[in-house]
Design a protein around this ligand. Structure first.
Ligand SMILES: C[S@@+](CC[C@H](N)C(=O)[O-])C[C@H]1O[C@@H](n2cnc3c(N)ncnc32)[C@H](O)[C@@H]1O
Length: 204
C-alpha cells in the first residue's frame, strides 16, 4: 500500500466512525484536565489529530487561540459546529499531519504555547515539536502503551503502541515536567492504565 492509499483508507475509516458517532460532548484527555493548572489561560494552542475535538474545545475554552488539525473532514465539520454552538473560536483544518506539512507552513514555527496530542501516535512528529513550541511552551501527550491491562482497549498494532518509558525518550530535548506509565504494576483497578502521558516543556 502506498502512503497515499494508507492516508485515504485512514480518512475513510475515521469519517465512517465520526458519521455514526452520537458523541455530543467529546472529552478532553485526562492529562489536560488532571493538570489544568499547568494550562496557560492565554496564547496559542495546537491540537494534532484532534478528531471530534475534545482537547480543542477544552483548550479554546481555557482562553487559548486554538488550531486543530485532523485528516477527517467529517470530524472537523462536527468540531466546527460544536465550537460555533459553544461560541468558541477555533481554527479547524483538514490536513494530513506530518513533519513535511509543518515544515512547509512557516506560521507554525515557534508558534504554540501548548500542543496536545491524544490517542494518536506518530513517532516522526516528536522531532518537530521543539520547532513548533515557543520557548517555555508545553507538550501534553497521552496515548496507548504495549503493556495494557485491558488488551481490548486501544489499538492492537504495536506500531501504534508505546514501549515502556518511550515518551521520555521521544520528547528529548524537551524537559519532562510530568510523566506516568503505570503499566500493569500493582492493582490495575486504580490509576490510569493502558495509556502513558507526558507533559514536556521547551526550555528557554
Ligand atoms: C483515535 S482518534 C483520536 C482523536 C482525538 N485526539 C481524541 O483523543 O479523541 C485518531 C485521530 O487521528 C486522525 N488521524 C489519523 N492519521 C492522521 C494523519 N496522518 N493526519 C491527521 N490526522 C490523522 C484520525 O482522523 C482520528 O481523528
Amino acid at each position: 500500500m502506498t502512503g497515499t492509499d494508507f492516508i485515504d483508507k485512514s480518512r475513510d475509516k475515521w469519517n465512517r466512525i465520526y458519521r455514526k458517532s452520537s458523541e455530543n460532548e467529546p472529552r478532553p484527555s485526562s492529562v489536560l484536565t488532571d493538570y489544568r493548572y499547568l494550562v496557560p489561560s492565554q496564547g496559542r494552542a495546537l491540537d494534532i489529530a484532534c478528531g471530534l475535538g475534545g482537547n480543542t474545545l477544552y483548550l479554546a475554552s481555557s482562553g487559548l487561540m486554538t488550531t486543530a488539525i485532523d485528516l477527517s473532514d467529517e470530524g472537523i465539520d462536527k468540531l466546527k459546529q460544536k465550537a460555533t454552538a459553544k461560541n468558541l473560536e477555533v481554527n479547524a483544518i483538514v490536513a494530513d499531519v506530518s513533519n513535511a506539512y509543518f515544515a512547509s507552513n512557516e506560521q507554525y514555527h515557534q508558534a504554540f504555547d501548548v500542543i496536545s496530542v491524544s490517542n494518536y501516535l506518530d513517532r516522526q512528529l516528536f522531532t518537530i515539536f521543539p520547532d513548533l513550541l515557543r520557548p517555555g511552551g508545553l507538550l501534553f501527550y497521552q496515548t496507548f502503551v504495549q503493556d495494557k491491562s485491558d488488551v481490548e482497549n486501544g489499538p492492537s498494532n504495536p506500531a501504534f503502541l508505546l514501549e515502556a518509558n518511550e515518551l521520555l525518550a521521544l520528547t528529548q530535548p524537551l524537559v519532562c515536567r510530568v510523566f506516568y506509565d503505570l503499566g500493569t504494576v500493582g492493582d490495575t483497578g486504580h490509576g490510569l492504565r493502558n495509556q502513558s502521558c507526558i507533559i514536556a516543556q521547551k526550555g528557554g
